[in-house]
Design a binder for this molecule. Structure first.
Ligand SMILES: *Cc1c(COP(=O)(O)O)cnc(C)c1O
Length: 373
């Protein structure tokens, strides 16, 4: 019996739904405080490059707005998120009824699964795709269809071919996490043109702000053409608000209406709403996030190449490197106070994913890795 089976052996869990027991738990990056406890290290001496967090911290405007909003924490937040939606409308040229707000974009993905999936239907996602797609799919009792990756990325033709009559959702991340792979927008547009209109295509753009200008595209303009498209975005990465939990989905009003029915009424907290609204206007911070990431990607790519580890080219704020015995090397890195992410759970047992940090953090990681190889 493994530890999971043991847990299910207690009576109350024995009869839990089999589809829930089949879910592989999400494995988050190790918190700094936990590593400090385990290895007796100083927290200040630890570098965490494990969760694709913004190394610059939060948007200063977002932080100030969240602090001000704490004054009213005795009150429920605006469940409709009017002010944040209004800011998004101004920026994106959509209407309030095109937007659903989430407790992080993971919440948006989860709402999409609860609104459009259930027992007896299926969803398609790629091998090495973001872990939340199988979790959200299996949670509601739907069947997950995993399609082999092509050069670590999504194989859209194979995903299209894997669709069944009972398929209701296709999950696509562009760029994808943890691989950093990117599909040209023209391929996604062609895919949207081929997918039957009764299938919801969820396009997860968590790393969209990190795309170089030549790869950026206004996917919101597709909503007019494809009523079965749901775009999901987050304030967790480039805006630096991961700890507050706020993201949003963009779609046809009818799609958004269904998602709002399964949404928890006050799913986004007042400080999160205020911070996101302010961060959206903080273009200076966004530009700095982009620039620091671009420089860090170059530094890490060059450093990894020097160690003979050609990383998978990434359009995100992280890199995937094939290090061989990743579990062992990860342990050695932890002992040196460096936290990165093992990705064996993504079917990549020889790889480690490292988030882009500040120059000194990247240097520290590369030096520690050199010692471990
Ligand atoms: C980080 C990430 C998200 C964002 O998650 P939040 O819930 O918004 O913090 C969504 N999708 C992918 C692919 C990610 O890597």
């Amino acid at each position: 019996m493994n530890s999971h089976q043991e847990k299910f052996a207690i009576e109350v869990c024995e009869r839990a739904a089999p589809h829930v027991k089949a879910i592989a738990p999400y494995v988050p990056g190790k918190p700094i405080s936990e590593l400090a406890r385990e290895f007796g290290l100083e927290e200040a001496a630890i570098v965490k490059l494990a969760s694709n967090e913004n190394p610059l911290g939060p948007s200063p405007k977002g932080l100030a707005a969240a602090q001000a909003a704490l004054q009213d924490m005795a009150l429920y937040p605006d469940g409709a998120g009017f002010a944040l939606k209004a800011a998004l409308c101004g920026k994106l040229g959509v209407a309030q009824d095109n937007i659903v707000l989430g407790n992080g974009s993971n919440d948006v993905l989860d709402m999409a699964a609860r609104a459009f999936l259930g027992p007896g239907v299926s969803a398609v996602y790629a091998q090495h795709a973001f872990a939340v797609y199988p979790i959200a799919t299996l949670t509601v009792g739907a069947t997950g269809i995993e399609v082999p990756a092509k050069s670590y990325g999504h194989d859209l033709a194979a995903m299209r071919a894997a669709m069944r009559d009972d398929t209701r959702v296709m999950w696509i991340a562009n760029p994808n996490n943890p691989t950093g792979t990117f599909l040209p927008w023209a391929e996604i547009e062609a895919f949207l043109g081929e997918v039957p209109r009764h299938v919801l295509v969820v396009l997860d753009e968590a790393y969209g702000e990190y795309l170089p200008p030549m790869d950026r595209f206004d996917t919101v303009s597709w909503l007019a053409k494809f009523p079965n498209l749901l775009i999901s975005r987050t304030f967790s990465k480039a805006y630096g608000l991961a700890g507050l939990r706020v993201g949003y989905g963009l779609g046809h009003p009818a799609v958004i209406d269904l998602m709002n029915r399964v949404r928890q009424p006050f799913n986004v907290s007042a400080p999160a709403l205020a911070a996101a609204e302010a961060a959206l206007a903080d273009t200076e911070f966004l530009e700095r996030s982009y620039a620091v990431n671009l420089a860090g990607l170059k530094q890490l790519s060059a450093g990894l190449a020097e160690l003979g580890l050609e990383p998978v080219p990434s359009r995100g704020n992280f890199l995937l490197a094939r290090v061989g015995e990743a579990a062992r090397i990860n342990q050695m890195l932890l002992k040196r106070g460096v936290i990165v992410r093992p990705v064996a759970g993504y079917g990549l047992p020889e790889f480690l994913r490292v988030s882009v940090g500040l120059e000194a953090q990247n240097t520290r990681f590369l030096a520690a890795l050199r010692e471990c190889l």
